[in-house]
Design a protein around this ligand. Structure first.
Ligand code: SF4
Ligand code: SF4
Length: 409
């Protein structure tokens, strides 16, 4: 809501298609099929296991046990077995993802962009998922063991053993019936409380992308990646210089050039910042970063979000935004902005349709146009473009002189 307006209401069918392909289908992830399948297991586990969570939740409210079992008959057994299969998959993938971050240390995960909270955030979520899946399997194991012993209300909905939790039985066989009931209840409570805690944690975490990937894919930019937006303020100035008769009688002060703070970016850029998964694929593909420059497109997105949070806290505290003497350039340095080659590799790589480049361009436009903050080499190039219509210092009519000189030789 803090960003500038930008219209994305066109091409609705194409936008729905994008959402299905990019967010539901995770199309871009499949460039690396192995990682894509692993990510898909976690994603499918998150979505599909919600059916089980719904049953747990309804059981809690109604005081029933395995509410859906009598309704679904043998299909219930199939479902729970499928959930257990997913749970094992999620467990395995979380362990692999943890080791990629902490043991194998992939370059994009050891970058200093992630120092502090972002690194812990990713680990916390993976560990929480491991705990939740373990609770789910242990709950099923205790339950089916109690069924087999014909104990209490557990015996009333005999489902038989489930595919994977039955292998936990040997660890639980020595427990008394009471002990098993306590274990089953602890797992039940911790599972449901864990999920509620996770939902509350989500807005403070990069895992907000679980929700925001969908609107972000819907509002994906549909124009060709190489296309840059002209600055309307500049276009008008050029038009009036070429055709002064079109200039309004009362000259108005031109709007701001580029962006200095989050208020100057579009709402789409701000949604991007909250949708970023901090995966680092953009930074891994960024030629500036690869060649050792300070720029990391992932950091640009994280910094934009940090500044948004700061502005949000300011607003919550004061009712209206109170000038705090800071802006986005308090987070992102001039050196980073100058290092960008505008190649769009980051945009191409991003699995959730984010454009770090748009933010970089807006900030750089402000630096150059508002603050005249550009290196001398750039200023020379700018005046060449202005006077010679090319970056070089030669007059336009001398451009092909080199060819005639070749002929002379
Ligand atoms: S557009 Fe800029 S930030 Fe993005 S990959 Fe290219 S150089 Fe890096
Ligand atoms: S901008 Fe995209 S590619 Fe880069 S870290 Fe965020 S989600 Fe990953």
């Amino acid at each position: 809501m803090l960003g500038k307006d930008e219209n994305f209401s066109d091409y609705a069918p194409m936008r729905w298609r994008n959402m299905l392909l990019l967010a539901f289908g995770q199309k871009k992830m499949f460039r690396n099929p192995l990682v894509a399948v692993m990510h898909f297991v976690i994603y499918a586990g998150f979505i599909i296991i919600n059916f089980e969570v719904l049953e747990i939740f309804l059981d809690g409210i109604s005081g029933k046990h395995r509410l859906f079992a009598p309704m679904l008959g043998s299909f219930y057994l199939f479902l729970i077995n499928a959930f257990e299969f997913l749970a094992i998959g999620v467990l395995a993938v979380c362990l692999i993802f943890l080791s990629r971050r902490n043991i194998i240390k992939l370059r994009r995960f050891v970058s200093k962009d992630l120092d502090g909270w972002p690194r812990s955030d990713a680990n916390y979520i993976l560990i929480t998922e491991i705990i939740l899946m373990t609770l789910f399997l242990t709950m099923n194991a205790a339950d089916t063991l109690l069924q087999a012993r014909g104990y209490g209300h557990y015996a009333m909905h005999s489902t038989g053993n489930f595919a994977f939790s039955q292998f936990i039985h040997p660890l639980l066989n020595s427990l008394s019936n009471q002990g098993l009931v306590v274990l089953e209840r602890i797992c039940w409570w911790m599972h449901i409380l864990g999920i509620f805690a996770f939902l509350n944690y989500l807005p403070y975490s990069k895992h907000l992308h679980i929700l925001l990937a969908f609107p972000n894919a819907y509002y994906a930019r549909l124009w060709p990646e190489g296309k840059m937006h002209n600055m309307t303020e500049i276009q008008k100035e050029v038009l009036y210089a070429m055709q002064p008769e079109l200039a309004p009688a009362e000259a108005s002060v031109p709007g701001k050039f580029g962006a200095k703070d989050v208020f100057d970016l579009s709402w789409r850029n701000l949604l991007d910042a909250y949708s970023c998964t901090e995966c680092g694929r953009c930074t891994a593909a960024c030629p500036a970063n690869i060649t050792g420059k300070l720029l990391s497109p992932r950091k640009i997105m994280m910094n934009t979000r940090d500044r948004l949070e700061e502005v949000g806290n300011n607003l919550n505290l004061n009712g209206v935004f109170k000038e705090d003497g800071k802006n986005l350039l308090s987070y992102i340095s001039v050196e980073e902005l100058r290092a960008c080659t505008s190649c769009n590799a980051c945009v191409e790589e991003c699995p959730v349709s984010i454009s770090p480049l748009e933010i970089i361009l807006e900030l750089r436009r402000s630096l150059v146009m508002e603050d005249s903050n550009a290196p001398q080499e750039w200023n020379t190039m700018f005046s060449n473009v202005e006077n010679n219509f090319a970056p070089w210092k030669f007059a336009p009519d001398e451009r092909d002189k080199w060819a005639s000189e070749l002929g002379e030789k």
